[in-house]
Design a protein. Structure first.
Lengths: 194, 665
């Protein structure tokens, strides 16, 4: 996929997807003229198979499968160095956010990626407890990902320092949290929220 | 005994870095006849010139040697300084110890010794210099403009508006040039015809402009202020005085299928034609190669239908000779031919682009005709092959340009902008179409230019792909474009309906031949050379000849118009004087020795040698000798070298002076 030939036509260029990205991120994709400054300063560049500038370039050509197939968007640390320094006011950090969102919605190939899993469990925890319950997050993640012993040895250390609690501490205003979630759900149904 | 002053310049460090300037001055000071030898950091500066002026008065100097840079650089400066101090300027000479010595040597000892030699030679020469008076020649205040495109039109109008007579010579049947072919112009997208045709009409109606269309320059004689130009008025086969421009002849001509060069072969025209409806003059011309009457002697329809009887099959080429004082060369450009390789030319074509074999692969100018409201499709973008509206159009930039292997290493300057314009014109006419552009760089230096290009990308949604196209080939009714997006690093393939190649800008064919007639220089591509790339961008090295437009190098319309007006200003500067002062470095004939062999006449490249009759008081012819017309003489010295009786000498370079220089070595 990464190196295969691109056949460009109005059918193969999904410009609708690009417009969605632009709407979600509030940033123009077309404005980029490929100076490469985003990639030059990106701290995560070495981990990405598509550097940030190429992500924008692929978007300009409507090649969303190539963007979503890669792991670049998940390696982005949202440090916003790219957005801060871009000479053309392309908000790449926001575009990355939008891409992660769309990747999720599109049942993209990275839906089952570990980052996605972690994000999902994180949100589920918030929904259930009204705050984060790290012990459950770690346990659930290790079980679901199949990496049972991942970061296992960190546990005791964190426990002794009080950074990790054995039992959850429920938020007293859990009903407020529930209202937030249901409101977002409501807005989504009406199409007011992405 | 002479009293020569020698002034040795450091030129900052340019000379003093390798030449021991003080030692040069000291050594030269010892020579007989040298009254003063001194050095200074910058002789050309105001204090340096002051030093020179003061010394002339104080030391009663009768000759100067300035040991500094090339005479091309500052001879005029120091001669003016000498003149201001009351010394004849031709008694001041330059000894070039910079270009000829310090810049080309490293060893300080040897360079200093050479510098001393150079200065010593010049001292000997100056001792034998004579005070000369400048030659004045009259100026014919009439200009010739060669080429009736936008450059020639602008220059002609500016000069004519200033009150001087202008001859405008155009090779084609109508003025207008390439600009008349364009649809819209960047970066404002105003219609080319709408801004061009009023200017064409202005030319036709201007009382100071004489228009010679369908004419070419046959010969140019003379020099600045006094050129004699022979113009070949090609046989039009139509009497321009009688023709009313009604167009009946064109409508009735049975030959209708001749491909129109103006429409880049997309449309057709009759054998008797005007290139386009807005032509100036609106007088048709008979294309004798394709006319049935000229081919077989039968037909003659145009002559029969012509009311005023203007058609004249017997018309012959006419040669006219006109005196002019200045010449503006504005012969413009032509487009690189993608497949054809002209014989003997270093320029190569691109077989891989299939231009000429695939009908829907066209060049940029052809696209202009497709987009033009007055074009063969009435402004509709239609494929040449089947007349269908193309939905995917691929534009390829830098075809020919910036391709050393193909013989052109320069950037053609206008293609980035006109391709951006093409994508916009296409989008405006085909709303559901998609334009792709393969480019290496987008070069948009100009007012509102980059914004224009960005508009094509951001608002008109042209897809720009950085990378050159490898090959084009026909597949069914599509053209497969094989390219690469180097930003992504993958190959790209597009099945296009139409491919437009942005071809390089080249000088006109025959530009070199015209340059030889005019005596102006040109570069390896046949673009005409300006006298100085920065400080004399519109003047030729040949005095009295000026350049405007793309004949000097690829140029867009704003730059062309600016240069044309600049050339006009130079012509007007020349015409603001009644007489012209010339350097008196000319050949003189010793009439007593001349044996009238006229070898000098044969070798003179300027045609300055005349035969002069010497008569006694009764008017009897005594003998004939050679005479050099000082107004025409270019001071090259060829006659001096040729003369078997040593009767011709070039002022300032006499045999005596040259011998004295050799002996001083």
């Amino acid at each position: 996929m990464k190196n295969s030939k691109m056949h460009l036509s109005t059918e193969t260029m999904n410009l609708g997807f690009v417009r969605k990205v632009e709407a979600l991120s509030g940033s123009s994709v077309r404005r980029c003229f490929q100076c490469g400054k985003c990639s030059a300063g990106c701290p995560m560049r070495t981990f990405m198979e598509h550097p940030p500038n190429r992500i924008v370039r692929l978007l300009q050509l409507g090649q969303y499968e190539r963007v979503l197939a890669g792991r670049s968007i998940w390696y982005c640390a949202s440090c916003e160095t790219c957005s801060t320094r871009c000479p053309n006011k392309v908000d790449l950090a926001a575009i990355m956010d939008a891409l992660r969102k769309l990747s999720w919605d599109a049942d993209g190939p990275s839906k089952e990626s570990l980052v996605q899993l972690a994000n999902r469990l994180f949100i589920e925890n918030i929904k259930t407890y009204g705050r984060q319950y790290e012990m459950r997050l770690a346990a659930a993640f290790n079980l679901r990902s199949g990496k049972l012993l991942k970061d296992f040895m960190l546990g005791p250390k964190l426990l002794t320092k009080g950074k990790l609690k054995m039992f959850h501490q429920k938020n007293r205003n859990i009903s407020e949290i529930e209202r937030i979630f249901s409101r977002i759900e409501e807005m989504r149904k009406k199409g007011e929220a992405p | 005994m002479s009293r020569i002053g020698v002034f040795v310049c450091h030129c900052g460090e340019n000379i003093s870095r390798t030449v021991d300037v003080e030692r040069v001055a000291a050594e030269i000071g010892k020579l007989p006849g040298v009254a003063l030898a001194t050095d200074y950091k910058y002789m050309c500066s105001d204090p340096g010139q002051g030093l020179l002026k003061k010394a002339i008065a104080e030391h009663r100097l009768d000759g100067l040697v300035v040991a500094a840079c090339s005479p091309r650089m500052h001879e005029k400066t120091f001669r003016n300084a000498a003149k201001a101090a009351g010394l004849n300027p031709f008694l001041c000479e330059m000894a070039n110890i910079r270009e000829h010595c310090s810049w080309v040597h490293e060893d300080r000892e040897e360079a200093t010794a050479k510098a001393i030699d150079i200065v010593r030679l010049m001292v000997e020469r100056v001792k034998k210099d004579k005070a000369l008076q400048p030659i004045t020649v009259p100026i014919t205040k009439r200009a010739l403009v060669i080429g009736g495109g936008i450059a020639g039109i602008q220059a002609a109008l500016d000069i004519a508006d200033c009150g001087h007579q202008v001859l405008l010579v155009e090779r084609e049947p109508s003025i207008g040039g390439h600009m008349a072919q364009l649809s819209e112009t960047f970066p404002t997208l105003d219609c080319s015809q709408c801004i061009m045709t009023p200017k064409m009409v202005d030319v036709a109606n201007h009382p100071n402009i004489t228009l010679h269309t369908w004419s070419e320059i046959e010969n140019v004689d003379g020099y600045i202020g006094n050129f004699q130009v022979t113009i070949r008025k090609k046989a039009r086969s139509v009497d321009m005085d009688k023709c009313t421009g009604c167009g009946v002849c064109m409508a009735k001509c049975p030959q209708k299928k001749i491909k129109s060069t103006f429409d880049r072969g997309l449309g057709t025209r009759p054998a008797i034609y005007v290139p386009f409806p807005q032509a100036v003059p609106n007088t048709p011309v008979i294309d004798r190669e394709n006319c049935t009457y000229f081919k077989s002697g039968k037909c003659g329809v145009c002559a029969k239908v012509c009311g005023p009887g203007a058609v004249d099959y017997d018309q012959q080429d006419e040669l006219i000779t006109e005196p002019v004082g200045a010449i503006v060369v504005a012969t413009g450009f032509e487009l690189y031919t993608i497949n054809e390789k002209p014989k003997g030319s270093p320029i190569k074509g691109y077989g891989e682009f299939g231009h000429g074999t695939i009908p829907d692969v066209i060049d940029g100018m052809t696209f202009e005709r497709l987009a033009s409201a007055s074009g063969p499709t009435g402004g509709k973008i239609l494929r040449p092959s089947d007349g269908r509206e193309p939905k995917q159009v691929v534009f390829v930039q830098c075809v020919g340009s910036r391709a050393r292997e193909k013989g052109i290493s320069y950037c053609s300057k206008v293609c980035c902008m006109y391709t951006a314009k093409h994508t916009m014109l296409y989008k405006h006419k085909v709303h559901d179409g998609q334009a792709y552009v393969f480019f290496m760089d987008a070069r948009t230096p100009g007012k509102s230019y980059d914004e224009f290009w960005r508009r094509a990308v951001e608002e008109e949604e042209a897809v720009y792909i950085r990378g050159m196209v490898s090959r084009l080939y026909q597949k069914g009714d599509k053209i497969v474009v094989m390219g690469s997006d180097i930003s992504v690093g993958v190959q790209v393939e597009i099945e296009a309906d139409l491919v437009v190649l942005a071809t390089a800008v080249q000088p006109r064919q025959g530009a070199d031949a015209l340059a030889q007639k005019l005596g102006i220089s040109y570069d390896t591509y046949n673009f005409y050379s300006e006298a100085h790339a920065k400080l004399k961008p519109v003047e030729c090295a040949t005095a009295g000849i000026y350049l405007a437009g793309a004949c000097q190098g690829p140029k867009d319309i704003p730059d062309t118009v600016s240069q044309a007006s600049a050339a006009a200003a130079k012509v007007m500067t020349l015409f603001s004087r009644d007489q012209l002062e010339r350097e008196p470095i000319v050949a003189r004939v010793n009439e007593r020795n001349c044996v009238a062999c006229f070898y000098c006449k044969k070798v003179c490249p300027y045609g300055a040698v005349e035969e002069k009759e010497i008569r006694d008081r009764q008017g009897n012819l005594v003998r004939v000798v050679a005479y050099v017309n000082p107004g025409v003489c270019g001071g090259c010295g060829t006659c001096q070298a040729t003369c078997p009786s040593k009767s011709v000498e070039l002022e300032g370079y006499t045999d005596e002076q040259v011998m004295a220089m050799i002996e001083a070595l």
